[in-house]
Write a protein that binds this ligand. Structure first.
Ligand code: ADP
Ligand code: MG
Length: 257
């Protein structure tokens, strides 16, 4: 991936997916958690990963961000094989936004500093420009008045919205969201989902694990059902969620009725 900046990419790559996973295998000890995952995420596409707890959703997201080392397979971000052992992981992570369930913000930094930190340190954006952009983003999500606040003064929903704003402040090529609403009180879930909806309409490319089936149905272009480290079924939500072809998908979805 480090060499790619000097290599002409050619017009054909612009049509290639933002993310390509090819036959991803990963074991923890003798437990094979990812058992041959193939998945493409196209530009501006939202793909939702659903599946039981322990099916491998978080592990899959972590492999994309190079937080887990895969045993076999390939991961391409745009044209770059980021699973190549020579890959600079920090350079890859600078291209990918990530938001986890909780504990996303630095408690000792203001909202504004949380959002601008990566932009200023990793991308070397001047402070004034970085803060201007952060304030615009905060304003667009109704949190401009929280810019100088510290995370502990914000509700869980507000903190998660700030975490999402931070993840897109550097304009990543891909956004990974791992159950971003699951640690929230039910009344705070809606405002976070509203923000994800807004990102989709801005054209952000998103791979997200979620247990919010109604939300997946509404916002995802495709839904992938993971079962024991394999994609059991994938397709548009109108099919996978409403008319699943696989018995295991039906069993899983029955839990949400
Ligand atoms: P999900 O996000 O779908 O709930 P995970 O990806 O978190 O699933 O976990 C998949 C499986 O991998 C589970 O059996 C989990 O216990 C196991 N696992 C996850 N991380 C580790 C780890 N660091 N060490 C050992 N086992 C792990
Ligand atoms: Mg998980």
């Amino acid at each position: 991936m480090t060499e790619s900046t000097t290599v002409p990419t050619g017009a054909s790559t612009t049509a290639s997916p933002v993310l390509r996973l090819r036959d991803i295998h990963l074991s923890f000890g003798d437990h094979e958690v990812l058992r041959g995952i193939d998945l493409d995420v196209s530009a501006h596409e939202v793909v939702a990963l659903i599946g039981a707890s322990g099916s491998g959703k978080s592990t899959l997201l972590r492999t994309v961000n190079l937080l887990e080392r895969i045993d076999d397979g390939q991961i391409f971000l745009q044209a770059d094989d980021i699973s190549d052992p020579r890959t600079n992981a920090d350079a890859v992570r600078a291209r990918i936004g990530v938001v986890f369930q909780s504990y996303n913000l630095f408690p000792h930094l203001s909202v504004l500093d949380n959002i601008t930190l990566a932009d200023r340190l990793v991308h070397r954006t001047p402070k004034a420009a970085s803060e201007k952009r952060a304030l615009e983003l905060l304003d667009s999500v109704g949190l401009a008045d929280k810019a100088r606040a510290f995370p502990d003064r914000l509700s869980g929903g507000q903190q998660q919205r700030v975490a999402i704003v931070r993840s897109i402040a550097t304009e990543p090529e891909l956004l990974l969201l791992d159950e971003v609403t699951s640690a929230l009180d039910p009344e705070l879930v809606g405002e976070v989902l509203e923000l994800v909806r807004a990102l989709k309409s801005r054209g952000t490319t998103i791979l997200m694990a979620t247990h919010e089936m109604a939300f997946a149905r509404e916002v995802a272009d495709r839904v992938a059902f993971l079962h024991e480290g394999r994609i059991e079924e994938i397709g548009p939500p109108s099919r996978v969620l409403r008319a699943p072809e696989r018995e295991r998908t039906r069993e899983f979805l029955a839990r949400f009725l």
